[in-house]
Write a protein that binds this ligand. Structure first.
Ligand code: R2B
Ligand code: URA
Length: 309
């Protein structure tokens, strides 16, 4: 890349545009981001979103509102944190909140739900001419051999065969994409975690499945086709392959960010240790506190990057 800014500042050279990888988009006169209730003709996307540097996504709409309110406080933003409005209020598919350079969006559960959101999010960042954006998925997961409440920073996002890839059927054929995440970012997050008291954190592989019950080897679904021994054997194999937690979105998140040149990380707290059980029996207040842990970590990273600490 050429340093066209004429500042001699090497930071500019590293700045990355968001790449959409679709030649057909150029010929669209208008792009309607249907599930966000936003569009290139109805909204001034560069004005609304051009200053975004950090995007945080997570499954639940309420949790992503709480994260936005938390960031409002942490960044010392003016106004009342309770007044932050849902930019996607025109649709109940996803919720979106903007706090200065931070965008917080919900993605629902599972690969199809997050993948629809990511198509529209990546196009939004592209239409808004955002540069140098970092994406985080903050979520919950089942731990594999870790104490409940441990924060796992994903090294590799792997599929149910422990392979670092995401497979998608396109026009009746399987397309395979790499799920490589940014190693430097994971290391930086791990280093931030050591500065926060009482935040047990590990780096490990995250397994992404297409189901919460049988797909994650649970014995407590409406259906179960295997024995307790078979379940434990699978979890042991996962552990040996470096898997430390299981969730339902990481592979497609990593794959889409990788293709589009977005620096990305996955940070999920474990709600239970799957070697010990399947049901989530932890009290509600404890679960709420656990779910704040990835938020604390990402907030610290953002504040450091903004020079606030
Ligand atoms: C973690 O939690 C959800 C299932 O309970 C799912 O979205 C995930 O990845
Ligand atoms: N989310 C998952 O996908 N699995 C768990 O076990 C817990 C949360």
């Amino acid at each position: 890349l050429l340093n066209t800014m004429g500042t001699g500042n090497s930071d500019y050279i590293e700045q990355q545009e968001v790449h959409v990888k679709n030649p057909h988009l150029d010929s669209l006169e208008e792009d309607i981001l249907y599930h966000f209730d936003l569009g290139t003709k109805t909204h001034n996307l560069p004005e609304m979103f051009g200053d975004i540097k950090f995007v945080c996504v997570g499954g639940s709409a309420n949790r992503m509102r709480s994260f936005a309110q938390f960031m409002h406080q942490e960044l010392g933003m003016p106004g009342d944190r309770d007044d932050i409005r849902d930019i996607c209020a025109g649709t109940d598919r996803y919720s979106m909140y903007k706090v200065g350079p931070v965008l917080s969006i919900s993605h629902g559960m599972g690969v199809p739900s997050i993948s629809i959101m990511l198509h529209e999010l990546i196009k939004l960042l592209h239409h808004a001419h955002c540069r140098d954006v970092v994406l985080f998925r903050i979520g919950t997961s089942g731990g594999v051999g870790l104490a409940p409440g441990t924060v796992v920073i994903t090294d590799k996002a792997v599929d149910s065969f422990f392979q670092p890839q995401f497979e998608q059927v396109v026009l009746g054929k399987v397309i395979v994409r790499s799920t490589e995440l940014n190693k430097g970012l994971a290391e930086e997050l791990l280093s931030c975690s050591t500065e926060i008291p009482d935040l047990p954190t590990a780096i490990g592989n995250t397994m992404c499945t297409h189901d919460f019950y049988e797909g994650q080897g649970r014995l407590d679904g409406a259906l179960c086709s295997f024995s307790t021994e078979e379940k434990l054997e699978y979890l042991r194999k996962a552990y040996e392959a470096g898997v430390r937690n299981i969730e339902m979105e990481s592979t497609v998140f990593a794959a889409m960010c990788h293709v589009c040149g977005l620096k990305a990380a996955v940070i999920c707290v474990t709600l239970l240790n799957r070697f010990e059980g399947d049901q989530i029996t932890t009290p509600h207040e404890v679960l709420v506190e656990y779910q704040q842990r990835p938020q604390l970590l990402v907030s610290r990273y953002i504040k450091k990057r903004l020079g606030l600490i």
